[in-house]
Design a protein around this ligand. Structure first.
Ligand code: HEM
Length: 414
């Protein structure tokens, strides 16, 4: 049995923060292996990339999630005590709660709320000149997902709530003020989310049946107990925060339409083509760099030792760009998804495996919202993209073009 090839650095945390999405791939390429070891936050950590590695990573007999996500990530991005860190029966019961929200009708309803937002905002953009798409779309998603989740939201609070969601998303992989903003954003958000849950439980706030707020407030765990208020707040935020985060994908989608304008007409004309375009945006652009787990019991895989308790990271970005799965991975080619046979371990921007495991609960919502955005950007409006800094820095996590994508000359279509 061989040990895992190692980068031999005493600690690579700063290199990780500098190299970002390329950190794992660079070491895999250098060491000639899709299984490599490094030290992150002073802890030995095995990094994996590729299709077979993803299949291994999602084997719940081999890995657990408890204690896998570093505290700085939990205190900003996910919250402490949420579904991401559960295993076994507790995870299955909690995950079923999320998946019960994901019916086709319910997803369509959220898509419609988002499409309505575009319809109301486009005339205002036409009147008021250039807009930063990232800022606008974030607020549109906030309005849409709060309404869908049954959570009241005054128009005066939209900016503040969107900023809290952004702060949590940007908090984990940075040092200094952005990290602190993430901590503050989460503390505030957990407070008001907990109050909403309490009011629903007390009958003081009538959340519609089947809405996320009502389902979470009334959820019973695998032993029949309601969720503690703070955990219910964390789980409500696990619906609201990542839905607002789809704004990054919408910016990437607009960027892809800008860089590949020959796709505008086909995307507008044909639903299947729009879906292929959306899938390629999810594959190509960087969002979540990694997923984290710990070895349940020592085992050996392809001659490599995985000791019990070792932290293991799956390189999501590197798997989506692995040449053995994706020919010419650095080219944006939506046509690669024509006739694509869904491989739950090949396309992993939102995790892999099936949705009873730790794969993202909101993947169908994400695709629906992106398709609505594609329809709006190609069909409901015309616009220009003036000169600006659109370069994506793969060393910044999560990535975003510095300008947030400014559009001007907006005109409602026909
Ligand atoms: C913006 C687009 C999104 C991206 C890039 C994304 C990405 C991810 C990733 C990488 C994971 C972790 C997978 C793992 O640990 O193996 C995850 C988990 C999760 N996502 Fe998403 N997500 C997105 C949107 C959403 C939406 C819209 C929702 C809900 C409405 C959502 C809810 C969740 C939940 C609840 C989990 C935890 C699942 C579990 O641990 O069982 N996500 N997501």
């Amino acid at each position: 049995m061989s040990t895992v090839p190692s980068d031999r650095s005493p600690d690579s945390t700063l290199a990780f923060l500098r190299e970002g999405y390329r950190f794992v791939g660079a070491r895999c390429d250098r060491l000639g292996s899709d299984v490599v070891q490094t030290r992150l936050l002073l802890e030995p950590t095995i990094c994996l990339r590729g299709r077979d590695a993803a299949e291994l990573f999602y084997d719940e007999e081999r890995f657990v999630r408890r204690g896998a996500m570093p505290m700085r990530g939990q205190r900003t991005l996910t919250g402490v005590g949420g579904v991401q860190g559960l295993d076994g029966a507790a995870h299955r019961a909690r995950k079923a709660m999320f998946m019960s929200l994901m019916t086709p009708d319910s997803i369509r309803e959220l898509g419609q709320l988002f499409a309505d937002e575009w319809r109301t905002r486009i005339p205002a953009w036409a009147e008021n000149g250039p807009v930063v798409l990232y800022d606008e779309v974030g607020r549109m998603l906030t309005r849409a997902v709060w309404a869908w989740a049954g959570a009241p939201l005054a128009e005066a609070d939209v900016r503040r709530r969107t900023a809290e969601m952004h702060a949590m998303i940007e908090g984990p992989a940075v040092l200094g003020p952005k990290h602190w903003r993430g901590l503050v954003g989460r503390r505030r958000a957990e407070r008001w989310a907990g109050e909403l849950v309490e009011r629903v439980r007390a009958g003081a706030l009538p959340a519609p049946e089947g809405s996320a707020l009502r389902v979470i407030a009334e959820h019973r765990d695998e032993r029949g107990a309601p969720l503690p208020r703070r955990i219910a707040a964390v789980e409500l935020l696990n619906v609201l925060r990542p839905t607002v985060a789809v704004d990054r994908y919408v910016v990437f989608l607009a960027l892809a339409l800008h860089d590949h304008p020959q796709w505008r007409d086909p995307v507008r004309a044909d639903d299947a083509t729009a879906e292929q375009f959306v899938q390629e945006v999810r594959r190509y652009y960087p969002f979540f760099p990694l997923a984290a787990a710990r070895v349940r019991r020592s085992f050996e895989w392809r001659g490599h030792a995985f000791p019990q308790g070792r932290r293991v990271l799956l390189d999501l970005y590197g798997t989506n760009h692995h040449p053995e799965i994706w020919p010419e991975p650095e080219r944006f080619r939506p046509e690669r998804f024509a006739g694509w046979r869904d491989d739950p371990f090949g396309l992993v921007p939102q995790g892999g495996g099936d949705h009873t495991g730790h794969r993202c609960a909101g993947e169908w919502i994400t695709i629906e919202l992106m398709k609505r955005a594609a329809a709006a950007l190609t069909g409901a409006m015309s616009y220009r993209v003036p000169p600006q800094d659109l370069a994506l820095d793969l060393g910044r996590m999560p990535a975003l073009p510095p300008s947030g994508l400014i559009v001007d000359g907006v005109r409602p279509a026909g």
